[in-house]
Ligand binder design. Structure first.
Ligand code: ZN
Ligand code: ZN
Length: 643
Protein backbone atom coordinates (compact mmCIF):
# COMPACT_ATOMS: atom_id res chain seq x y z
CA UNK A 1 0.00 0.00 0.00
CA UNK A 2 1.35 3.42 -0.84
CA UNK A 3 2.08 6.00 1.80
CA UNK A 4 1.17 9.63 2.21
CA UNK A 5 2.54 12.24 4.62
CA UNK A 6 0.58 14.52 6.95
CA UNK A 7 1.98 17.54 8.78
CA UNK A 8 1.61 17.57 12.58
CA UNK A 9 1.09 20.77 14.61
CA UNK A 10 4.82 21.00 15.46
CA UNK A 11 5.65 21.01 11.74
CA UNK A 12 7.00 17.46 11.53
CA UNK A 13 5.78 15.09 8.85
CA UNK A 14 4.34 11.69 9.57
CA UNK A 15 4.04 8.97 6.95
CA UNK A 16 0.79 6.98 7.11
CA UNK A 17 -0.85 4.47 4.74
CA UNK A 18 -3.07 5.97 2.08
CA UNK A 19 -6.69 5.94 3.16
CA UNK A 20 -5.86 6.54 6.84
CA UNK A 21 -8.38 8.43 8.93
CA UNK A 22 -7.55 11.06 11.52
CA UNK A 23 -8.00 8.48 14.25
CA UNK A 24 -5.62 6.11 12.41
CA UNK A 25 -3.07 8.93 12.40
CA UNK A 26 -3.61 9.37 16.14
CA UNK A 27 -2.94 5.64 16.66
CA UNK A 28 0.27 6.01 14.61
CA UNK A 29 1.35 8.75 17.03
CA UNK A 30 0.46 6.67 20.08
CA UNK A 31 -2.15 4.10 21.17
CA UNK A 32 -3.26 6.30 24.09
CA UNK A 33 -3.91 9.25 21.77
CA UNK A 34 -5.80 6.97 19.38
CA UNK A 35 -8.12 5.87 22.18
CA UNK A 36 -8.65 9.46 23.37
CA UNK A 37 -9.43 10.91 19.95
CA UNK A 38 -12.76 12.71 19.83
CA UNK A 39 -12.35 14.59 16.55
CA UNK A 40 -9.64 16.26 14.50
CA UNK A 41 -8.75 19.25 12.43
CA UNK A 42 -7.64 19.25 8.80
CA UNK A 43 -6.25 22.56 7.56
CA UNK A 44 -7.82 24.24 10.58
CA UNK A 45 -11.32 22.85 10.04
CA UNK A 46 -12.90 20.75 12.76
CA UNK A 47 -13.96 17.37 11.32
CA UNK A 48 -14.98 13.91 12.38
CA UNK A 49 -12.28 11.51 13.54
CA UNK A 50 -13.17 9.06 10.76
CA UNK A 51 -12.35 11.63 8.07
CA UNK A 52 -9.64 10.33 5.70
CA UNK A 53 -6.49 12.45 5.43
CA UNK A 54 -4.81 13.45 2.17
CA UNK A 55 -1.15 13.88 1.32
CA UNK A 56 0.21 17.16 2.65
CA UNK A 57 -2.72 17.88 5.02
CA UNK A 58 -1.94 19.86 8.15
CA UNK A 59 -3.73 17.96 10.87
CA UNK A 60 -4.47 18.18 14.59
CA UNK A 61 -5.97 15.57 16.90
CA UNK A 62 -8.77 16.77 19.20
CA UNK A 63 -9.21 15.05 22.58
CA UNK A 64 -11.29 16.07 25.58
CA UNK A 65 -8.27 18.17 26.62
CA UNK A 66 -8.37 20.34 23.45
CA UNK A 67 -10.00 23.78 23.20
CA UNK A 68 -12.11 22.49 20.31
CA UNK A 69 -13.67 19.85 22.55
CA UNK A 70 -16.17 22.45 23.74
CA UNK A 71 -17.39 22.98 20.14
CA UNK A 72 -17.86 19.23 19.74
CA UNK A 73 -19.74 18.99 23.03
CA UNK A 74 -21.99 21.91 22.10
CA UNK A 75 -22.86 20.37 18.76
CA UNK A 76 -23.86 17.21 20.63
CA UNK A 77 -25.99 19.36 22.95
CA UNK A 78 -27.76 20.73 19.84
CA UNK A 79 -28.63 17.14 18.92
CA UNK A 80 -29.91 16.47 22.43
CA UNK A 81 -32.11 19.56 22.07
CA UNK A 82 -33.41 18.30 18.72
CA UNK A 83 -34.15 14.87 20.18
CA UNK A 84 -36.05 16.37 23.13
CA UNK A 85 -37.98 18.67 20.77
CA UNK A 86 -39.06 15.78 18.56
CA UNK A 87 -40.16 13.77 21.59
CA UNK A 88 -42.39 16.63 22.70
CA UNK A 89 -43.61 17.97 19.34
CA UNK A 90 -44.53 15.51 16.59
CA UNK A 91 -44.60 18.19 13.91
CA UNK A 92 -41.22 19.74 14.69
CA UNK A 93 -38.96 19.93 11.66
CA UNK A 94 -35.21 20.25 12.00
CA UNK A 95 -33.05 22.32 9.65
CA UNK A 96 -29.52 23.11 10.86
CA UNK A 97 -28.01 23.14 14.35
CA UNK A 98 -24.37 24.20 14.55
CA UNK A 99 -22.15 25.17 17.48
CA UNK A 100 -21.24 28.84 17.93
CA UNK A 101 -18.77 30.85 20.00
CA UNK A 102 -21.33 31.10 22.78
CA UNK A 103 -22.98 27.68 22.56
CA UNK A 104 -25.24 26.35 19.86
CA UNK A 105 -28.51 26.95 18.10
CA UNK A 106 -30.98 24.88 16.18
CA UNK A 107 -33.17 26.39 13.45
CA UNK A 108 -36.52 24.64 13.48
CA UNK A 109 -39.97 24.98 11.99
CA UNK A 110 -43.38 23.32 12.24
CA UNK A 111 -43.84 24.27 15.91
CA UNK A 112 -44.87 27.47 17.53
CA UNK A 113 -42.53 27.87 20.51
CA UNK A 114 -42.22 30.63 23.02
CA UNK A 115 -39.77 31.03 25.87
CA UNK A 116 -42.18 29.45 28.37
CA UNK A 117 -41.81 26.17 26.48
CA UNK A 118 -38.07 26.01 27.00
CA UNK A 119 -38.28 24.61 30.54
CA UNK A 120 -40.16 21.49 29.37
CA UNK A 121 -37.64 20.94 26.61
CA UNK A 122 -34.78 21.34 29.08
CA UNK A 123 -36.37 18.76 31.38
CA UNK A 124 -36.57 16.31 28.49
CA UNK A 125 -32.96 17.10 27.54
CA UNK A 126 -31.91 16.38 31.12
CA UNK A 127 -33.45 12.91 30.86
CA UNK A 128 -31.63 12.24 27.62
CA UNK A 129 -28.34 13.28 29.24
CA UNK A 130 -29.03 11.07 32.27
CA UNK A 131 -29.85 8.06 30.05
CA UNK A 132 -26.32 8.47 28.63
CA UNK A 133 -27.16 7.15 25.15
CA UNK A 134 -24.26 6.24 22.87
CA UNK A 135 -23.88 8.72 20.00
CA UNK A 136 -23.05 6.68 16.91
CA UNK A 137 -22.12 7.53 13.37
CA UNK A 138 -23.73 5.55 10.56
CA UNK A 139 -23.67 5.99 6.83
CA UNK A 140 -26.31 5.58 4.18
CA UNK A 141 -26.27 5.72 0.43
CA UNK A 142 -27.47 8.96 -1.12
CA UNK A 143 -30.76 7.36 -2.15
CA UNK A 144 -31.40 6.05 1.34
CA UNK A 145 -30.63 9.47 2.82
CA UNK A 146 -32.95 11.22 0.38
CA UNK A 147 -35.70 8.67 1.10
CA UNK A 148 -35.58 9.55 4.81
CA UNK A 149 -36.51 13.17 4.14
CA UNK A 150 -38.51 13.04 0.92
CA UNK A 151 -42.00 14.47 1.27
CA UNK A 152 -41.17 15.43 4.82
CA UNK A 153 -38.28 17.84 5.23
CA UNK A 154 -37.34 20.07 2.27
CA UNK A 155 -34.52 21.71 4.25
CA UNK A 156 -32.58 18.50 4.81
CA UNK A 157 -33.14 17.65 1.13
CA UNK A 158 -31.71 21.05 0.23
CA UNK A 159 -28.64 20.31 2.35
CA UNK A 160 -28.22 16.92 0.63
CA UNK A 161 -28.59 18.65 -2.71
CA UNK A 162 -26.16 21.46 -2.16
CA UNK A 163 -23.58 20.10 0.22
CA UNK A 164 -23.52 16.40 -0.54
CA UNK A 165 -24.39 16.38 -4.23
CA UNK A 166 -21.44 14.18 -5.19
CA UNK A 167 -21.14 12.10 -2.03
CA UNK A 168 -21.98 8.40 -2.36
CA UNK A 169 -21.97 7.97 1.39
CA UNK A 170 -23.96 10.25 3.69
CA UNK A 171 -23.26 10.31 7.41
CA UNK A 172 -25.92 10.41 10.10
CA UNK A 173 -25.55 10.49 13.85
CA UNK A 174 -27.88 8.45 16.03
CA UNK A 175 -28.68 8.32 19.72
CA UNK A 176 -31.53 6.03 20.86
CA UNK A 177 -34.54 6.72 18.59
CA UNK A 178 -33.09 9.98 17.24
CA UNK A 179 -31.09 10.42 14.06
CA UNK A 180 -29.86 13.49 12.20
CA UNK A 181 -28.12 14.13 8.92
CA UNK A 182 -24.78 15.36 10.21
CA UNK A 183 -21.07 15.60 9.47
CA UNK A 184 -20.17 15.50 13.15
CA UNK A 185 -18.02 15.48 15.14
CA UNK A 186 -19.67 14.46 18.40
CA UNK A 187 -18.82 13.31 21.90
CA UNK A 188 -19.27 9.59 22.59
CA UNK A 189 -22.46 9.66 24.61
CA UNK A 190 -25.12 12.11 25.75
CA UNK A 191 -23.92 11.73 29.36
CA UNK A 192 -20.75 13.64 28.53
CA UNK A 193 -22.71 16.90 28.33
CA UNK A 194 -22.04 18.17 31.84
CA UNK A 195 -24.17 21.31 31.96
CA UNK A 196 -26.47 23.01 29.49
CA UNK A 197 -29.13 25.68 29.27
CA UNK A 198 -31.54 26.94 26.61
CA UNK A 199 -31.11 30.70 26.42
CA UNK A 200 -33.66 32.30 24.14
CA UNK A 201 -35.64 32.14 20.92
CA UNK A 202 -35.25 34.38 17.89
CA UNK A 203 -36.20 34.14 14.25
CA UNK A 204 -33.99 33.47 11.28
CA UNK A 205 -34.24 32.77 7.58
CA UNK A 206 -33.37 29.56 5.82
CA UNK A 207 -29.77 29.99 4.64
CA UNK A 208 -29.84 33.52 6.13
CA UNK A 209 -31.74 34.81 3.10
CA UNK A 210 -34.78 36.96 3.82
CA UNK A 211 -36.46 35.74 0.63
CA UNK A 212 -36.58 32.22 2.11
CA UNK A 213 -38.80 30.73 4.83
CA UNK A 214 -38.73 32.21 8.31
CA UNK A 215 -37.51 29.74 10.92
CA UNK A 216 -37.44 29.65 14.70
CA UNK A 217 -33.94 29.73 16.17
CA UNK A 218 -33.51 28.29 19.65
CA UNK A 219 -30.22 29.29 21.27
CA UNK A 220 -28.56 27.28 24.00
CA UNK A 221 -25.21 26.70 25.55
CA UNK A 222 -23.37 23.78 27.10
CA UNK A 223 -20.23 23.18 29.12
CA UNK A 224 -18.35 20.29 30.65
CA UNK A 225 -18.98 21.55 34.18
CA UNK A 226 -21.83 23.25 36.01
CA UNK A 227 -19.43 25.90 37.40
CA UNK A 228 -18.43 26.92 33.85
CA UNK A 229 -22.07 27.32 32.89
CA UNK A 230 -22.72 29.51 35.94
CA UNK A 231 -19.74 31.73 35.15
CA UNK A 232 -20.99 32.10 31.57
CA UNK A 233 -24.52 33.01 32.71
CA UNK A 234 -23.15 35.68 35.07
CA UNK A 235 -21.12 37.20 32.24
CA UNK A 236 -24.15 37.11 30.02
CA UNK A 237 -26.23 38.98 32.59
CA UNK A 238 -23.50 41.63 32.80
CA UNK A 239 -23.40 41.82 28.99
CA UNK A 240 -27.16 42.44 28.87
CA UNK A 241 -26.77 45.33 31.31
CA UNK A 242 -24.04 46.82 29.14
CA UNK A 243 -25.68 46.05 25.81
CA UNK A 244 -25.17 49.11 23.60
CA UNK A 245 -28.72 48.82 22.23
CA UNK A 246 -30.13 49.12 25.76
CA UNK A 247 -27.73 51.89 26.82
CA UNK A 248 -28.18 53.63 23.46
CA UNK A 249 -31.85 54.04 24.27
CA UNK A 250 -31.46 54.83 27.99
CA UNK A 251 -28.84 57.49 27.34
CA UNK A 252 -30.64 58.79 24.22
CA UNK A 253 -27.61 58.18 21.97
CA UNK A 254 -29.09 56.68 18.81
CA UNK A 255 -32.06 54.83 17.36
CA UNK A 256 -32.75 52.56 14.39
CA UNK A 257 -36.51 52.99 13.81
CA UNK A 258 -38.37 50.66 11.46
CA UNK A 259 -39.82 53.61 9.55
CA UNK A 260 -36.39 54.80 8.37
CA UNK A 261 -35.22 51.35 7.30
CA UNK A 262 -33.17 48.53 8.77
CA UNK A 263 -29.54 49.03 9.65
CA UNK A 264 -29.74 52.78 9.12
CA UNK A 265 -28.89 54.35 12.49
CA UNK A 266 -29.98 57.85 13.52
CA UNK A 267 -27.66 59.62 15.94
CA UNK A 268 -29.39 61.79 18.52
CA UNK A 269 -27.66 64.91 19.91
CA UNK A 270 -26.09 62.91 22.77
CA UNK A 271 -24.69 60.29 20.41
CA UNK A 272 -23.49 62.84 17.90
CA UNK A 273 -21.70 64.78 20.67
CA UNK A 274 -19.58 61.68 21.27
CA UNK A 275 -19.08 61.05 17.55
CA UNK A 276 -17.90 64.64 17.07
CA UNK A 277 -15.27 64.20 19.76
CA UNK A 278 -14.12 61.00 18.06
CA UNK A 279 -14.04 62.77 14.69
CA UNK A 280 -12.04 65.68 16.07
CA UNK A 281 -9.60 63.39 17.83
CA UNK A 282 -9.04 61.42 14.61
CA UNK A 283 -8.71 64.61 12.61
CA UNK A 284 -6.11 66.05 15.00
CA UNK A 285 -4.05 62.89 14.56
CA UNK A 286 -4.43 62.95 10.77
CA UNK A 287 -3.27 66.59 10.75
CA UNK A 288 -0.27 65.72 12.88
CA UNK A 289 0.73 62.87 10.56
CA UNK A 290 0.43 64.84 7.33
CA UNK A 291 -2.90 63.74 5.88
CA UNK A 292 -4.90 65.92 3.50
CA UNK A 293 -8.67 65.81 3.81
CA UNK A 294 -10.72 65.04 0.71
CA UNK A 295 -14.44 64.54 0.24
CA UNK A 296 -16.36 62.25 -2.12
CA UNK A 297 -20.11 61.83 -2.72
CA UNK A 298 -22.26 58.92 -1.60
CA UNK A 299 -22.77 57.42 -5.05
CA UNK A 300 -20.90 56.98 -8.29
CA UNK A 301 -21.64 55.68 -11.77
CA UNK A 302 -21.15 51.95 -11.87
CA UNK A 303 -18.36 52.57 -14.42
CA UNK A 304 -16.20 53.40 -11.43
CA UNK A 305 -17.22 50.21 -9.59
CA UNK A 306 -16.38 48.23 -12.71
CA UNK A 307 -12.94 49.81 -12.87
CA UNK A 308 -12.27 49.14 -9.19
CA UNK A 309 -13.47 45.53 -9.43
CA UNK A 310 -16.21 46.02 -6.82
CA UNK A 311 -18.89 45.47 -9.43
CA UNK A 312 -17.55 41.99 -10.18
CA UNK A 313 -16.84 40.88 -6.66
CA UNK A 314 -19.14 42.90 -4.47
CA UNK A 315 -22.28 43.61 -6.45
CA UNK A 316 -24.56 41.50 -4.24
CA UNK A 317 -23.72 43.76 -1.31
CA UNK A 318 -24.19 47.03 -3.22
CA UNK A 319 -27.21 49.31 -3.42
CA UNK A 320 -27.73 50.06 -7.11
CA UNK A 321 -30.08 52.57 -8.65
CA UNK A 322 -31.04 53.70 -12.13
CA UNK A 323 -30.90 57.38 -12.96
CA UNK A 324 -31.95 58.35 -16.52
CA UNK A 325 -31.17 54.86 -17.77
CA UNK A 326 -27.73 54.94 -16.29
CA UNK A 327 -26.73 52.74 -13.39
CA UNK A 328 -25.27 54.18 -10.20
CA UNK A 329 -24.17 52.52 -6.97
CA UNK A 330 -23.96 53.79 -3.40
CA UNK A 331 -20.35 53.44 -2.39
CA UNK A 332 -19.43 50.32 -0.43
CA UNK A 333 -15.89 51.68 -0.03
CA UNK A 334 -14.14 55.03 -0.29
CA UNK A 335 -10.97 53.84 -2.03
CA UNK A 336 -12.03 54.15 -5.70
CA UNK A 337 -12.96 57.82 -5.16
CA UNK A 338 -9.59 58.52 -3.56
CA UNK A 339 -7.68 56.64 -6.29
CA UNK A 340 -9.49 58.78 -8.85
CA UNK A 341 -8.51 61.98 -7.07
CA UNK A 342 -4.88 60.83 -7.08
CA UNK A 343 -5.18 60.10 -10.80
CA UNK A 344 -6.34 63.61 -11.68
CA UNK A 345 -2.79 64.90 -11.42
CA UNK A 346 0.72 63.77 -12.40
CA UNK A 347 3.13 62.98 -9.61
CA UNK A 348 6.88 62.82 -9.16
CA UNK A 349 8.56 60.51 -6.63
CA UNK A 350 9.40 63.68 -4.71
CA UNK A 351 5.68 64.29 -4.03
CA UNK A 352 5.18 60.90 -2.43
CA UNK A 353 3.81 59.76 -0.06
CA UNK A 354 0.39 61.30 -0.64
CA UNK A 355 -2.03 60.75 2.23
CA UNK A 356 -5.79 61.29 1.86
CA UNK A 357 -8.29 61.15 4.70
CA UNK A 358 -12.09 61.18 4.75
CA UNK A 359 -14.71 60.16 7.25
CA UNK A 360 -16.61 58.49 4.45
CA UNK A 361 -20.10 57.06 4.72
CA UNK A 362 -20.42 53.68 2.99
CA UNK A 363 -23.39 51.41 2.29
CA UNK A 364 -23.35 47.62 2.33
CA UNK A 365 -26.42 45.46 1.94
CA UNK A 366 -25.98 42.96 4.76
CA UNK A 367 -28.67 40.28 5.13
CA UNK A 368 -31.46 41.70 7.25
CA UNK A 369 -31.23 38.79 9.65
CA UNK A 370 -27.60 39.71 10.37
CA UNK A 371 -28.32 43.35 11.30
CA UNK A 372 -27.92 44.09 14.97
CA UNK A 373 -27.69 47.45 16.76
CA UNK A 374 -24.58 49.30 15.63
CA UNK A 375 -22.51 46.13 15.19
CA UNK A 376 -23.97 45.22 11.77
CA UNK A 377 -25.57 48.05 9.79
CA UNK A 378 -26.33 49.08 6.22
CA UNK A 379 -24.86 52.59 6.50
CA UNK A 380 -21.66 53.31 8.36
CA UNK A 381 -18.76 55.73 8.38
CA UNK A 382 -15.16 54.62 8.02
CA UNK A 383 -12.43 56.90 9.35
CA UNK A 384 -10.70 56.12 6.11
CA UNK A 385 -7.20 56.93 5.01
CA UNK A 386 -5.53 56.06 1.71
CA UNK A 387 -1.83 56.49 1.14
CA UNK A 388 0.04 56.35 -2.14
CA UNK A 389 3.76 55.70 -1.73
CA UNK A 390 6.80 54.12 -3.35
CA UNK A 391 7.58 50.50 -2.45
CA UNK A 392 10.51 51.71 -0.34
CA UNK A 393 8.30 54.00 1.73
CA UNK A 394 6.01 51.23 3.00
CA UNK A 395 7.88 50.63 6.24
CA UNK A 396 7.98 54.26 7.35
CA UNK A 397 4.35 54.87 6.49
CA UNK A 398 3.10 51.71 8.18
CA UNK A 399 5.24 52.52 11.20
CA UNK A 400 3.49 55.91 11.51
CA UNK A 401 0.07 54.33 11.08
CA UNK A 402 0.89 51.81 13.81
CA UNK A 403 1.87 54.68 16.13
CA UNK A 404 -1.49 56.33 15.48
CA UNK A 405 -3.40 53.11 16.13
CA UNK A 406 -1.36 52.47 19.26
CA UNK A 407 -2.28 55.91 20.55
CA UNK A 408 -5.98 55.24 19.96
CA UNK A 409 -5.81 51.91 21.79
CA UNK A 410 -3.99 53.49 24.74
CA UNK A 411 -6.34 56.47 24.93
CA UNK A 412 -9.40 54.25 25.25
CA UNK A 413 -7.60 51.57 27.25
CA UNK A 414 -8.87 48.81 25.00
CA UNK A 415 -7.54 45.27 24.95
CA UNK A 416 -6.64 44.09 21.50
CA UNK A 417 -4.99 41.43 19.39
CA UNK A 418 -2.85 41.99 16.30
CA UNK A 419 -2.56 39.74 13.27
CA UNK A 420 -0.24 39.92 10.31
CA UNK A 421 -1.85 38.19 7.33
CA UNK A 422 0.46 37.28 4.45
CA UNK A 423 0.20 36.25 0.80
CA UNK A 424 -2.61 33.81 0.00
CA UNK A 425 -2.40 31.20 -2.75
CA UNK A 426 -4.33 33.34 -5.21
CA UNK A 427 -2.91 36.82 -5.41
CA UNK A 428 -1.98 39.64 -7.74
CA UNK A 429 1.40 41.40 -7.79
CA UNK A 430 4.96 40.22 -8.37
CA UNK A 431 6.97 38.03 -6.00
CA UNK A 432 9.33 40.94 -5.59
CA UNK A 433 6.69 43.42 -4.36
CA UNK A 434 5.11 40.84 -2.01
CA UNK A 435 8.48 39.96 -0.46
CA UNK A 436 9.42 43.59 -0.09
CA UNK A 437 6.06 44.51 1.46
CA UNK A 438 5.88 41.54 3.84
CA UNK A 439 9.38 42.03 5.13
CA UNK A 440 8.67 45.72 5.80
CA UNK A 441 5.45 44.91 7.68
CA UNK A 442 7.25 42.28 9.72
CA UNK A 443 10.01 44.69 10.57
CA UNK A 444 7.47 47.31 11.73
CA UNK A 445 5.77 44.75 13.97
CA UNK A 446 9.06 43.42 15.36
CA UNK A 447 10.07 46.97 16.32
CA UNK A 448 6.67 47.82 17.81
CA UNK A 449 5.49 47.35 21.37
CA UNK A 450 2.84 44.89 20.25
CA UNK A 451 2.72 41.10 20.23
CA UNK A 452 1.23 39.71 17.07
CA UNK A 453 0.10 36.47 15.48
CA UNK A 454 1.26 35.52 12.03
CA UNK A 455 -1.61 34.26 9.88
CA UNK A 456 0.30 32.85 6.94
CA UNK A 457 -1.70 32.84 3.71
CA UNK A 458 -4.60 34.85 5.21
CA UNK A 459 -3.88 38.15 3.45
CA UNK A 460 -6.17 39.67 0.84
CA UNK A 461 -5.49 38.71 -2.77
CA UNK A 462 -4.34 42.29 -3.39
CA UNK A 463 -1.82 42.59 -0.55
CA UNK A 464 -0.73 41.70 3.00
CA UNK A 465 -2.44 43.34 5.97
CA UNK A 466 -2.31 43.96 9.69
CA UNK A 467 -5.65 43.60 11.46
CA UNK A 468 -6.57 44.56 14.99
CA UNK A 469 -9.39 42.99 16.99
CA UNK A 470 -10.71 44.59 20.16
CA UNK A 471 -11.74 42.42 23.04
CA UNK A 472 -14.41 44.07 25.15
CA UNK A 473 -15.01 43.82 28.88
CA UNK A 474 -16.71 40.46 28.34
CA UNK A 475 -14.00 38.93 26.19
CA UNK A 476 -15.90 39.25 22.92
CA UNK A 477 -13.86 40.16 19.84
CA UNK A 478 -14.65 42.93 17.37
CA UNK A 479 -12.92 44.03 14.17
CA UNK A 480 -11.01 47.23 14.79
CA UNK A 481 -8.23 49.19 13.09
CA UNK A 482 -6.66 47.84 9.93
CA UNK A 483 -3.69 48.50 7.66
CA UNK A 484 -3.86 46.92 4.22
CA UNK A 485 -1.39 47.13 1.39
CA UNK A 486 -2.88 47.06 -2.09
CA UNK A 487 -1.04 46.17 -5.31
CA UNK A 488 -4.25 45.71 -7.28
CA UNK A 489 -6.10 49.01 -7.26
CA UNK A 490 -3.09 51.02 -8.55
CA UNK A 491 -3.06 48.60 -11.53
CA UNK A 492 -6.79 48.86 -12.16
CA UNK A 493 -6.67 52.67 -12.05
CA UNK A 494 -3.33 52.81 -13.86
CA UNK A 495 -1.86 55.02 -11.13
CA UNK A 496 1.68 56.21 -11.79
CA UNK A 497 4.42 58.50 -10.58
CA UNK A 498 7.62 59.51 -12.29
CA UNK A 499 10.67 58.01 -10.62
CA UNK A 500 14.20 59.44 -10.27
CA UNK A 501 14.97 57.50 -13.46
CA UNK A 502 12.34 59.55 -15.29
CA UNK A 503 10.30 56.39 -15.92
CA UNK A 504 6.71 55.73 -14.87
CA UNK A 505 6.27 53.58 -11.75
CA UNK A 506 3.33 52.12 -9.86
CA UNK A 507 2.73 53.50 -6.39
CA UNK A 508 1.66 51.15 -3.60
CA UNK A 509 -1.73 52.02 -2.09
CA UNK A 510 -2.29 51.63 1.65
CA UNK A 511 -5.81 51.51 3.14
CA UNK A 512 -5.99 52.28 6.83
CA UNK A 513 -8.58 53.00 9.51
CA UNK A 514 -7.80 53.94 13.10
CA UNK A 515 -11.23 53.18 14.56
CA UNK A 516 -12.43 50.82 11.83
CA UNK A 517 -15.91 52.21 11.53
CA UNK A 518 -17.38 54.85 13.82
CA UNK A 519 -20.43 52.66 14.38
CA UNK A 520 -18.54 49.57 15.51
CA UNK A 521 -16.11 51.64 17.56
CA UNK A 522 -18.93 53.57 19.21
CA UNK A 523 -20.60 50.28 20.10
CA UNK A 524 -17.38 48.96 21.64
CA UNK A 525 -16.96 52.19 23.64
CA UNK A 526 -20.55 52.22 24.94
CA UNK A 527 -20.14 48.70 26.27
CA UNK A 528 -16.51 49.13 27.35
CA UNK A 529 -17.36 52.19 29.48
CA UNK A 530 -20.81 50.85 30.41
CA UNK A 531 -22.13 54.26 29.34
CA UNK A 532 -19.82 56.06 31.82
CA UNK A 533 -17.88 58.01 29.24
CA UNK A 534 -14.72 59.90 30.21
CA UNK A 535 -15.23 63.64 30.67
CA UNK A 536 -13.93 64.51 27.18
CA UNK A 537 -16.50 62.22 25.53
CA UNK A 538 -19.49 62.60 27.86
CA UNK A 539 -22.43 64.15 25.96
CA UNK A 540 -23.34 66.13 29.08
CA UNK A 541 -20.21 66.88 31.06
CA UNK A 542 -21.64 68.88 33.95
CA UNK A 543 -25.19 69.16 35.30
CA UNK A 544 -25.99 72.03 37.65
CA UNK A 545 -28.58 71.25 40.32
CA UNK A 546 -30.03 74.37 42.03
CA UNK A 547 -31.75 73.45 45.30
CA UNK A 548 -34.53 75.96 44.62
CA UNK A 549 -35.49 78.55 41.99
CA UNK A 550 -33.73 81.20 44.10
CA UNK A 551 -30.38 79.88 42.84
CA UNK A 552 -31.30 79.87 39.13
CA UNK A 553 -29.49 83.14 38.35
CA UNK A 554 -26.30 81.89 40.02
CA UNK A 555 -26.65 78.56 38.19
CA UNK A 556 -26.84 80.36 34.84
CA UNK A 557 -23.69 82.36 35.58
CA UNK A 558 -21.84 79.10 36.37
CA UNK A 559 -23.19 77.55 33.18
CA UNK A 560 -21.89 80.48 31.13
CA UNK A 561 -18.42 80.17 32.69
CA UNK A 562 -18.29 76.49 31.83
CA UNK A 563 -19.63 77.07 28.31
CA UNK A 564 -16.99 79.75 27.75
CA UNK A 565 -14.55 76.88 28.21
CA UNK A 566 -16.48 74.74 25.70
CA UNK A 567 -18.07 72.36 28.17
CA UNK A 568 -21.46 70.75 27.57
CA UNK A 569 -23.59 71.82 30.53
CA UNK A 570 -27.24 71.63 31.55
CA UNK A 571 -29.24 73.04 34.45
CA UNK A 572 -31.77 70.75 36.13
CA UNK A 573 -34.53 73.28 36.76
CA UNK A 574 -37.50 70.99 37.32
CA UNK A 575 -39.12 71.43 40.72
CA UNK A 576 -37.84 68.14 42.04
CA UNK A 577 -36.23 67.37 45.38
CA UNK A 578 -32.44 67.48 45.38
CA UNK A 579 -32.38 63.73 46.03
CA UNK A 580 -34.36 63.05 42.89
CA UNK A 581 -32.23 65.42 40.82
CA UNK A 582 -29.10 63.61 41.98
CA UNK A 583 -30.55 60.16 41.21
CA UNK A 584 -31.52 61.26 37.72
CA UNK A 585 -28.04 62.67 36.99
CA UNK A 586 -26.54 59.46 38.35
CA UNK A 587 -28.71 57.35 36.00
CA UNK A 588 -27.66 59.56 33.10
CA UNK A 589 -24.03 58.88 34.11
CA UNK A 590 -23.12 62.59 34.05
CA UNK A 591 -19.47 62.84 35.25
CA UNK A 592 -19.99 65.91 37.48
CA UNK A 593 -22.94 67.46 39.31
CA UNK A 594 -22.66 70.99 40.68
CA UNK A 595 -25.04 71.62 43.57
CA UNK A 596 -25.91 75.19 44.52
CA UNK A 597 -28.07 76.38 47.43
CA UNK A 598 -28.35 79.57 49.47
CA UNK A 599 -24.97 79.08 51.24
CA UNK A 600 -23.11 78.58 47.95
CA UNK A 601 -24.67 81.72 46.44
CA UNK A 602 -23.73 83.73 49.54
CA UNK A 603 -20.11 82.45 49.65
CA UNK A 604 -19.58 82.37 45.88
CA UNK A 605 -18.73 78.64 46.09
CA UNK A 606 -20.15 75.39 44.73
CA UNK A 607 -20.66 71.83 45.98
CA UNK A 608 -19.40 69.17 43.60
CA UNK A 609 -20.58 65.59 43.33
CA UNK A 610 -19.22 63.05 40.85
CA UNK A 611 -20.83 59.94 39.39
CA UNK A 612 -18.70 57.83 41.73
CA UNK A 613 -20.93 59.35 44.44
CA UNK A 614 -18.21 61.43 46.09
CA UNK A 615 -18.91 64.96 47.35
CA UNK A 616 -16.91 68.10 48.06
CA UNK A 617 -18.17 71.35 49.58
CA UNK A 618 -16.90 74.95 49.59
CA UNK A 619 -15.28 74.50 46.19
CA UNK A 620 -13.89 77.51 44.34
CA UNK A 621 -15.67 77.54 40.93
CA UNK A 622 -12.52 78.69 39.12
CA UNK A 623 -10.43 75.85 40.53
CA UNK A 624 -13.15 73.45 39.41
CA UNK A 625 -13.14 74.76 35.83
CA UNK A 626 -9.32 74.67 35.69
CA UNK A 627 -9.36 71.05 36.79
CA UNK A 628 -11.97 70.12 34.21
CA UNK A 629 -9.94 71.71 31.43
CA UNK A 630 -6.97 69.51 32.42
CA UNK A 631 -9.03 66.37 32.83
CA UNK A 632 -10.55 66.82 29.40
CA UNK A 633 -7.22 67.58 27.71
CA UNK A 634 -5.62 64.44 29.20
CA UNK A 635 -8.63 62.36 28.15
CA UNK A 636 -8.63 60.86 31.65
CA UNK A 637 -10.97 57.90 32.06
CA UNK A 638 -12.71 58.72 35.37
CA UNK A 639 -13.73 62.02 36.99
CA UNK A 640 -10.88 62.75 39.44
CA UNK A 641 -11.54 66.23 40.86
CA UNK A 642 -12.59 64.64 44.14
CA UNK A 643 -9.71 62.11 44.32
ZN1 ZN B 1 -25.23 17.56 13.75
ZN1 ZN C 1 -9.78 51.56 1.14
Amino acid sequence: MSEIAVILPDGTELAVPEGSTLQDVAYEIGPGLGDDTVAGKIEGELVDKVTPVADGDRIEIVTDQSDEYLDVLRHSAAHVFAQALQRLYDDAQLTIGPWTDEGFYYDITGVDLDEDDLQDIEDEMQEIVEEDYDIERTTYSRDEAVAKYEGDNPYKLDILDREAADADEISFYEQAEFEDLCRGPHVESTGQIGAFELLNISSSYWRGDEENDTLTRVHGTAFEKESQLEEFLDMREEAKERDHRKLGQELDLFSIPTVTGPGLPLYHPNGKAILRELEQYGESMNDEYGYDYVETPHLFRTELWKQSGHYDNYVDDMFLLDVNDEEYGLKPMNCPGHATIFNEKSWSYRDLPVRYAENGKVYRKEQRGELSGLSRVWAFTIDDGHLFCTPDQIEREVDDIMDMIYEVLETFDLDYEVQLATRPEKSVGSDEIWEKAESQLESVLENSKMDYDLEAGDGAFYGPKIDFAFSDALGRKWDGPTVQLDFNMPERFDLTYTGADNEDHRPVMIHRALYGSFERFFMVLIEHFNGKFPLWLAPEQVRILPISDDELGYAHRLKNDLEDNDFRVDIEDRSWTLGRKIREAQTDRVPYMVIVGGDEVEDGTISVRDRKEREGNDVDPEAFVDHLVDERADKREEPDFLD
